[in-house]
Design a binder for this molecule. Structure first.
Ligand code: GLN
Length: 191
């Protein structure tokens, strides 16, 4: 890791906080807004925000196809909250025109943990971490189904909330808001 050049999808949502955590960990961080930006990075973080809006902006920027091509070839992505929705195989409660990459074999239900006012923080036991990780859930998606290739790294009340398949890591929650960089470090170490 150290000098890994990592992109942060910067179309909408909580991308700045991710960039800050990654920079603090020593990564060379680039904002990704157009397909040419992807050529400069070896991995990508897809932030939380609004997956319907991000889906539209991915299409209009040309990034949907450019990123989709890379994902087929094992491009490493860490998707959080809306980012996880965009990586999923199927989305329950999405808008009809909303697209997802199908890069990880999970089915997710949008907003299944409630509305903005129902946001909460939980301490999660994460595989590979010695101490609990503080996770912030904001209108979070629930993983309702996962395929055999998907490894569960953390559960919340019996439901998987942090999962990995190949080079893809996906979290239902926001790991970038508490100043704890251990999940970003885990992602950088996997590169
Ligand atoms: N509910 C949002 C969506 O469907 C995700 C919320 C978040 O990223 N904090 O896109």
């Amino acid at each position: 890791m150290g000098t890994a050049r990592v992109g942060v999808l910067a179309l909408q949502g909580a991308f700045a906080a991710h960039a800050e955590v990654l920079s603090r960990l020593g990564a060379d961080v680039r904002e990704v807004r157009v397909p040419a930006d992807l050529d400069k990075v070896g991995a990508l973080v897809m932030p939380g925000g609004e997956s319907t809006t991000m889906s539209q902006l991915l299409e209009s920027s040309g990034l949907f196809d450019a990123l989709g091509d890379r994902l087929v070839h094992g491009f490493p992505v860490f998707g959080t909250c809306a980012g996880m929705i965009l990586l999923a195989r199927s989305v329950i409660g999405g808008r009809p025109d909303q697209r997802s990459f199908g890069a990880i074999d999970i089915s997710v239900e949008r907003n299944a943990y409630g509305r903005q006012v129902d946001s909460f923080e939980a301490e999660l036991d994460v595989a590979g971490l010695n101490d609990p990780f503080p996770a912030v859930f904001i209108r979070a998606p629930r993983i309702c189904d996962l395929g055999p290739a998907v490894e569960t790294l953390a559960l919340h009340e019996g439901s998987p909330v942090l999962v990995r398949q190949g080079a893809i890591i996906a979290a239902s929650f926001h790991p970038e808001l508490t100043g704890d960089g251990r999940l970003h470090a885990l992602f950088l170490e996997s590169l």
